[in-house]
Design a protein around this ligand. Sequence first.
Ligand SMILES: *Cc1c(COP(=O)(O)O)cnc(C)c1O
Length: 462
Amino acid sequence: MKFISTRGQAPELTFEEAMLTGLARDGGLYVPAEIPTMSEDEIAALSGLSYEETAFRVMWPFVSESFSEEEFRGCIARAYEGFGHVARAPLKQLAPNHFLLELFHGPTLAFKDFAMQLIGQLFQVALKRRGETVTIVGATSGDTGSAAIEAFRGLDAVNVFIFFPHGRVSEVQRRQMTTPQDANVHALALDGDFDDCQARVKDMFNDFDFRDGVKLAGVNSINFARVLAQVVYYFSAAVSLGAPGRKISFTVPTGNFGDIFAGYIAKQMGLPIDQLVVATNQNDILHRCLSGQGYYKGDTIPSISPSMDIQVSSNFERALFYAYGQDGAAVAQLMDELKSGGFDVSQGAMQALSETYASGRCSEDETMSTIRSQLANSGELLCPHSAVGAKVAEERRDAATPMVTLATAHPAKFPAAVEDASGVHPPLPPRMADLYDRSERVTRIGNDLATIEDHIRKTIAN
Ligand SMILES: *Cc1c(COP(=O)(O)O)cnc(C)c1O
């Protein structure tokens, strides 16, 4: 299977090449040239399988030219063995026909572990075979960075530099990034917000001298391998609830649009998804856009669901690519307009988007009251991101179709907000109870490309 860029100008790559490259050289994002499908029988046969076996069957058609079956099965097994729940992505019930998909049983307590743990294993196998080393850079609003550091630490063919917005991540998130002591992983606190972190990472990829010099690789949610890993739990959840015999809806707390775009891929593969609902916090550019108001950047307003405090949602480019009938030139033009503030979506593309995605917004007050009411009504203590999802899901769901809300993080990752809302202090799981006692290692850095590149060159030369 070949992978093509959303801007139509970069060379076609294999899965392995697209994974190791991240961002395409024309500034676009890689997507499969064709999305493989699963028949109803193949989907029905997933019923009762382990998460790992489901993962293998769903992902195999995308990767089979890059990995042997044995290599790929080994990567999946190692990726998920450290999870704290044998089902990996268990379902709980919140209300009649409303379910919670718990994606927070990985090593850093957020759904990012599903993709990052797998990509760590895949990088290791691919680089070993090639005899290469790479430098991974990533921007994080909190959870991606810790998941990446956890997934790559100790792998000596890889140096990892993670940029997070100084002062804008929770203490648990920061400590998960700054406490691993392995010499190949580096946490950097950037003077700026998440969009600045993301913009500097993009700048590094567009500086081809630097990119080739340090062999840059990216594992942000633009990496298609990450999207692919997230497709799996849409299948496992839907099949548990009666797919393919019955349609299932999903609501996804959304920031960079990676997680919900995985739902789109699942639907294109043949999973009978009814509604795919984008849930945003007060940073609601996606909700405004999907409501027909165009895609115009505002200022990011810090919220109690910080992993969704995003204005430029990188994976939305992939949604636009399909909505514009895979017209790379049209997407390239929109992204150009975005540099000067934003763009309107064409009528045809708006129609295509609204056939796939619904959306809703949840205010800060509503997030707090949802944490309270869910605890009272279902006994579940939600993290603020998952609460945004649950609130929007309650508004959007219909009685006939099961609704699954993705629980994207463990409440203990955001203890201050959860305790404020509910009066209950969410304890860390026993396996990481000593997090507050571990020593931290972090470099503060200015929001300046030359300074950042210099720092990376010097660090890897040592
Ligand atoms: C990353 C993250 C999100 C947003 O996911 P996207 O794929 O960026 O849309 C939501 N909640 C939590 C807890 C996250 O870490």
